[in-house]
Design a protein around this ligand. Structure first.
Ligand SMILES: Cc1cc2nc3c(=O)[nH]c(=O)nc-3n(C[C@H](O)[C@H](O)[C@H](O)COP(=O)(O)OP(=O)(O)OC[C@H]3O[C@@H](n4cnc5c(N)ncnc54)[C@H](O)[C@@H]3O)c2cc1C
Length: 380
């Protein structure tokens, strides 16, 4: 039973951002009969810059939310191939593995489930969130809505971070993400490939449509020599012989690649101004770890459980709720984010990555150790 009854613009929980974190929290909380309003500035479905490899750790939890993938023919991925800048290759099993699904289909599937559970949606951009008298007011350009709880799930970086005076927003973020789908029939369905190039790395894996997603992350330092995605892809990314083969043998499906700037891996806080931050809004793990989506879903589960406990237990204060969420978030994700940062600095250092690859070739168990250090266990 909720403490806060919805009337007109008043909700138990407002969720700012309808990506995987926001939508997971919406599905979970609306399943428990709380009144939920989600703000999303784009309509569904839409493509997003992402590697589109989803770690299997989320599947048991998604089953409990009745999120079913039956309508899709999903590639089941259990092999990882990595290469150095000069194309030296290494292949290993992925102990838990993952599935390949486009964000176009994945986010839309979650949106449909949340709507089916009666979560409400406003397709508008949130401009400000104000906490006063133990309650939140959420402002769009023309309207305002109130709630007892607000979840911030608006992704890596937004104008809202500036408005909320979050510390990391003033730090420089020197990364760019690029993604496009390609047709390449004989790309193995069970494979995710990670290839380094000077200043970044690219991931390749199949999605539910049979298309191969190619998504790369590049530092501005290396990108600024070209300042043009097409030229950079041709002159820097495709310098890796494995990627060169891929571009030569495949056909682009998108008219042109999608690109996002200002990808930031700065440390953030999981609670800010009493807002519970979820997914990338609380911290983005380096994409080469391949489990940012799983972390987004998992952090939303934590937030939903803590909110449910807060509403059900009148002895629990807001401070208890925030402390408990922060503690669980740190316990689950802080070390993984740290490992992701270390791994990234190794893979982007040419000499270091070559020595690590030589070491891994001699002792392949080392790679599995790295994989397990950046991945979680199945979420139940
Ligand atoms: C290059 C790259 C490759 C990646 N590859 C992988 C991968 O292969 N596997 C993996 O697991 N993870 C990967 N990730 C990480 C993964 O994409 C993210 O961790 C995941 O998308 C986080 O989900 P989210 O819901 O927190 O954020 P998002 O998916 O970014 O959702 C945030 C939503 O909030 C909305 N929004 C923003 N501001 C506002 C506002 N003011 N008002 C209303 N709505 C707003 C946005 O429109 C968006 O829909 C990759 C990331 C990058 C950058």
């Amino acid at each position: 039973m909720s403490k806060w009854y919805k009337h007109s613009n008043n909700f138990d929980v407002i969720i700012v951002g309808g990506g995987l974190a926001g939508l997971t929290a919406a599905i979970h909380l609306s399943k428990l009969q709380y009144s939920v309003l989600v703000f999303e500035k784009n309509s569904y479905p839409h493509h997003k810059v992402c590697g589109e490899y989803v770690s299997r750790e989320v599947i048991p939890y998604l089953d409990t939310l009745d999120v079913s993938f039956n309508q899709f023919s999903l590639p089941s991925i259990n092999q990882l191939k990595i290469s150095t800048v000069d194309g030296k290759l290494l292949q290993t099993n992925l102990p838990l593995g993952g599935i390949g699904i486009s964000r176009y289909a994945f986010d839309n599937l979650f949106y449909e489930k949340a709507s089916e559970n009666n979560a409400q949606f406003k397709f508008d951009s949130v401009k400000d969130i104000i906490f006063s008298n133990n309650k939140f007011t959420v402002h769009t350009k023309d309207e305002e809505f109130s709630a007892e709880i607000v979840i911030g799930a608006y992704g890596k970086r937004d104008q809202l971070d500036k408005q909320l005076k979050r510390k990391f927003i003033d730090e420089k973020s020197g990364w760019l993400g690029v993604k496009a789908h390609y047709h390449l029939e004989d790309f193995p369905k069970n494979m995710v490939e990670l290839h380094s190039f000077n200043g970044g790395y690219a991931g390749l894996s199949k999605t539910e449509t049979g298309a191969v997603n190619c998504c790369y992350l590049a530092s501005y330092k290396s990108f600024k020599k070209e300042r043009n995605v097409e030229a950079f892809t041709k002159n820097t990314v495709a310098k890796n012989p494995c990627l060169n083969d891929f571009f030569n043998n495949s056909h682009p499906i998108f008219k042109e690649p999608m690109a996002i700037a200002q990808v930031s891996f700065s440390e953030k806080k999981s609670v800010h101004n009493h807002i519970l931050m979820c997914g990338d809004t609380a911290g983005l793990i380096h994409p080469l770890c391949g489990n940012g989506m799983a972390m987004a879903i998992h952090s939303a589960k934590l937030a939903a459980e803590e909110i449910d406990s807060y509403f059900k237990n009148s002895a629990q204060s807001r401070a208890d709720l925030e402390k408990s969420y922060e503690k669980r978030w740190n316990r689950l994700f802080k070390k993984r984010l740290w490992m992701g940062r270390r791994l990234q600095s190794i893979l982007l250092n040419d000499t270091l990555s070559k020595s690590v690859m030589t070491l891994i070739t001699k002792s392949p168990w080392l790679l599995n150790k790295m994989i397990s250090a950046t991945h979680g266990k199945p979420i139940v």
